[in-house]
Write a protein that binds this ligand. Structure first.
Ligand code: AMP
Length: 646
């Protein structure tokens, strides 16, 4: 798992910190909350549901301790109503909902009233195109306001959205449309990626060619390209103009009805479809935005993740809008080469809470960046991280450089499947331990167990499981599939209810969880989970490559994607370059730190399975333990010498 310094071993805390008194005083939740929730059990989640407006009240908090489970059964609500209408109705219509910053310095500001107007117009147009309740609407758009608008327009109609990261290939888009039987697509003419114009419409067209069914396509004009439309294709601007001023009644959805589908990388490296509910998911997200990100309606939250990932859905769109706050959407990714842009965006938008991935933090920190004096970041009250483990020293750097030395940091552990945050400190309540995410949130129960499902001793490594249902759980779990013991869940044998997360972790005496990484064949790149199979097949498609295995690790080149490649012929710089390019293309975004390591062989089990875990351990410089399962143990020495010069 890519972290920061190799010397930052798990469980090494540089120190522990109490939240500053000034923060505690203004925080949304206070001392005693954990105890109060513990006493109430699942009932406590009513506090979260009560942050939402329900068109029909729910009858109970949780339907049943056995599957199928429904959170807030009997309740009905609409996500767009909750994110927009109720603020328009309550006299907050002129508050800013979305601040957008484009790649080229463009800006756009949408008030709740603006959002109401455009979401209604688009919903009306989509409804005329035939979109009805439960029809999946696919969105293949970069970080433009229209992406958020389209999510909310679909939600208004009771149509689940299916966001596909704009950098993904046409094949990936086709696969995600095929599996969800989606006949509606919103895309754009093009967009800028790393300064280069990408012809997104053309990519969408290629995906459509691979589909067996017809697709209605709506095209947003991002670049001003001259796009000629065929049958079943529409300009976004025309639709919104034609339907301007029309309103659409928000469709009341049952609490357990689907709000969206999003794909993540599963154990085999193939994408896994995750579906989230309306009531449970929204309650979970609204509550964690309130309690962990400490958002109040006056605040501006910048969650820097792309909306193509779950973090963008939960804390870039739904969380802040459900609370009537302002969300900042930036079209790029805060990276080192845009460092002044990061400071400028934080300052110009007076961002109160910044939420990003440790990878972004290390990309600044490695160059020893300090904030130039001309930028004033004093608006920042709270910082958050998600996506992978942050090293204690990276944590300290984040706090001292962006947080003015005393802003609390919430290190939040959660996944696409969990919908919202699961493990984190409450910023005005809990002590922080740099490097450890924290205790499970109130109302959440997790354990670290061994292969037999028994809790491990404090400090020992084990499998992280969630052993009580939670509101943001995906529909598959609520319906009773995906329960332990699940054949894909890595041999953990647990009695009773459990969701096996696929992460390895330790827990300390105080119940603080440190998540170490995945146990399966996926890698974390820039805080995102990607299947090894997709990336490896890209490397193997390069002429001159015999075999390839990919891991994410913190090796001699720093946190990076390491591709171990056995060449078919000569090891040349030119081959290395072609592999690097193929890896970047497969990951779908840039810049991806990718390191190619040539080797004569890969560590394999006797049955011929590549031992990726061993590759990560060798790269990280970790102890290898027993290598007797290896068919070719001699390769370990070769790799150590190539990587570490041992
Ligand atoms: P995804 O579903 O793509 O968001 O990826 C979720 C995975 O990211 C988790 O299963 C973890 O492996 C990793 N992850 C997320 N947050 C953290 C965190 N705070 N600390 C360590 N790992 C994390």
């Amino acid at each position: 798992m890519a972290t920061g310094d190799p010397d930052d071993a798990p469980g090494d805390h540089v120190g522990t910190y109490r939240p500053p008194a000034a923060f505690v005083e203004q925080a949304n939740v206070h001392e005693g909350l954990r105890e109060a929730w513990d006493e109430q059990g699942a009932e406590a989640w009513a506090t979260a549901a009560d942050l939402l407006s329900w068109s029909t009240d729910y009858d109970a908090v949780l339907s049943n301790p056995e599957p199928p489970l429904t959170w807030f059964p009997g309740g009905e609500l609409n996500a767009a109503y909750n994110a927009i209408d109720r603020y328009v109705e309550s006299g907050r219509k002129n508050r800013v909902a979305i601040k957008w910053a484009g790649r080229l310095g463009e800006t756009r500001t949408l008030t709740y009233q603006d959002l109401y107007h455009e979401v209604n117009a688009l919903a009306s147009a989509l409804s005329e195109l035939g979109v009805g309740e439960d029809d999946v609407v696919t969105l293949y758009l970069p970080m433009v306001p229209e992406l958020t608008i389209a999510m909310l327009a679909a939600a208004r109609l009771g149509a689940p959205h299916n966001v596909v990261f704009a950098g993904f290939s046409p094949d990936a888009l086709a696969m995600r449309m095929e599996s969800t039987e989606s006949s509606y697509l919103l895309t754009c003419d093009g967009y800028l990626r790393q300064g280069e114009a990408v012809d997104q419409k053309n990519r969408a067209d290629n995906a459509r060619l691979a589909l067996d069914h017809d697709v209605h396509t709506v095209v947003v004009d991002r670049m001003g390209f001259d796009v000629s439309l065929g049958e079943g294709e529409y300009h976004y601007a025309d639709l919104v103009d034609d339907h301007g001023g029309e309103t659409v009644e928000p469709v009341a959805r049952a609490s357990g009805d689907e709000l969206f589908v999003l794909h993540t990388s599963g154990t085999t490296g193939n994408p896994k479809e995750v579906r989230h509910t309306t009531g449970g998911y929204l309650a979970h997200v609204a509550w964690t935005t309130h309690a962990v990100l400490d958002i109040e309606p006056e605040d501006t939250l910048w969650s820097s993740a792309d909306i193509g990932w779950i973090t963008g859905h939960s804390y870039g769109v739904y969380g802040p809008l459900l609370l009537g706050a302002t969300t900042l959407l930036y079209e790029g990714t805060p990276e080192y080469n845009e460092r002044d842009r990061l400071w400028e965006l934080l300052e110009r938008n007076a961002v109160d809470v910044f939420y990003t991935a440790p990878t972004a933090i290390s990309s600044f920190r490695k160059r020893d960046v300090t904030v130039p004096d001309r930028f004033d970041l004093s608006s920042l009250r709270l910082l958050g991280t998600v996506g992978e483990r942050i090293s204690p020293s990276g944590w300290e750097w984040y706090r001292s450089t962006l947080g003015g030395g005393d802003a609390p940091i919430v290190d939040t552990w959660w996944q696409t499947e969990t919908g919202g945050m699961m493990v984190a400190t409450l910023p005005g309540v809990d002590e922080m331990k740099p490097g450890a995410a924290g205790p499970p949130l109130p109302g959440i129960s997790v354990s670290v167990v061994d292969r037999s499902g028994d809790p491990v001793e404090p400090g020992e490594r084990g499998f992280l499981i969630v052993d009580r249902p939670w509101p943001g759980m995906p529909t598959s779990l609520a319906n009773g599939s995906g329960w332990a013991p699940d054949p894909s869940s890595y041999l953990v044998d647990v009695d009773g209810w459990a969701y096996v997360t696929g992460d390895r972790a330790t827990v300390d005496e105080d119940g603080y969880v440190t998540v170490l990484g995945r146990v399966d064949d996926v890698v974390i790149v820039r805080g995102r989970r990607l299947g090894t199979a997709e990336i490896e097949s890209a490397a193997m498609s390069v002429d001159g490559v015999a075999e390839a295995a990919v891991v994410s690790a913190d090796g001699p080149a720093g946190p990076s994607l390491y591709a171990f490649v056995t060449p078919a012929g000569q090891e040349t710089d030119e081959l290395r370059e072609r592999i690097t390019q193929a890896l970047e293309a497969a990951v779908g975004t840039s810049p991806v730190p990718a390191t190619v390591v040539f080797t004569t062989d890969l560590p394999k089990t006797r049955s011929g399975k590549i031992m990726r875990r061993m590759l990560s351990n060798i790269t990280d410089g970790d102890a290898l333990g027993d290598t007797s399962a290896l068919r070719n143990p001699e390769v370990v020495g070769e790799l150590k010498s190539v990587l570490h010069g041992e």
